[in-house]
Design a protein around this ligand. Structure first.
Ligand code: GSN
Length: 224
């Protein structure tokens, strides 16, 4: 009975991109209904489909799920990407939240005023290389396993690869001092479902270009 999940969001990465990554990593095919205008978003609201009047919204297993974190938790648990016990789950949550903090800084960058962008980019690179990447480099080095948690592929691995690729878009050699993460990147990128997602023509979205930014601001009434 359950058809493909249907994703409702703008035609950009934003908060939906990690959901696209996780579904793809789990090998789940999905449809996308893009919100192109303020009116498209208004229609979803008027139809009563958005609990808090916001997207991401994902139609999945008979639900209209909102709240990015709830959607990701559901997908991770459903597809066995969320650890084998509560302690592993807590560790996955910890890594995912750290990675999310880094990703959100990168996600907000295109919305910064032009005069502040260079400074903010330098700040993000500094944070990535002194706060976040050293943690994952050490975790992987210390336990010597292929995956971050429980010697098993999980949401934490998917999320970290997404963040690494975003950070490399800011600074291509950002992993130069992290050999274990370089190997991790290659290994996770070669998992067949992820490999497919990284190929052209997949649902993966490019970074926002300058033309798309005013449109996104208008749809979501972004005040920056
Ligand atoms: O994580 C979540 O899904 C929610 N806590 C926040 C969702 C959210 O902020 N959605 C934005 C678009 S995504 N960009 O930030 C949204 O729907 N904004 C319109 C509005 O009226 O809040």
């Amino acid at each position: 009975m359950a058809g493909k999940p249907k994703l409702h969001y703008a035609r950009g990465r934003g908060k939906m991109e990690s959901i696209r990554w996780l579904l793809s990593a789990a090998g789940v095919k999905f449809e996308e209904q893009f919100i192109e205008t303020k009116e498209d978003l208004e229609k979803l609201r008027n139809d009563g489909f958005l609990l808090f009047q916001q997207v991401p919204m994902v139609e999945i297993d008979g639900m209209k799920l909102v709240q990015t974190r709830a959607i990701l938790n559901y997908i991770a648990a459903k597809h066995n990407l969320y650890g084998k016990d509560l302690k592993e789950r807590a560790l996955i949550d910890t890594y995912v939240e750290g990675t999310t903090d880094l990703m959100e800084m990168i996600m907000h960058l295109p919305f910064q005023p032009p005069e502040g962008k260079e400074k903010q980019t330098a700040h993000i690179i500094e944070r990535a290389t002194t706060r976040y990447f050293p943690v994952y480099e050490k975790v992987l080095k210390d336990h010597g396993q292929d995956f971050l948690v429980g010697n098993q592929f999980s949401w934490a691995d998917v999320h970290l690869l997404e963040a690494i690729l975003m950070a490399e878009e800011l600074k291509p050699n950002i992993l130069s001092k992290f050999p274990v993460l370089q190997a991790f990147k290659t290994r996770i990128s070669n998992i067949p479902t992820i490999k497919k997602f990284l190929e052209p023509g997949s649902p993966r979205k490019p970074p926002l270009d300058d033309k798309a930014i005013p449109q996104i601001k208008k749809i979501f009434n972004v005040q920056l």
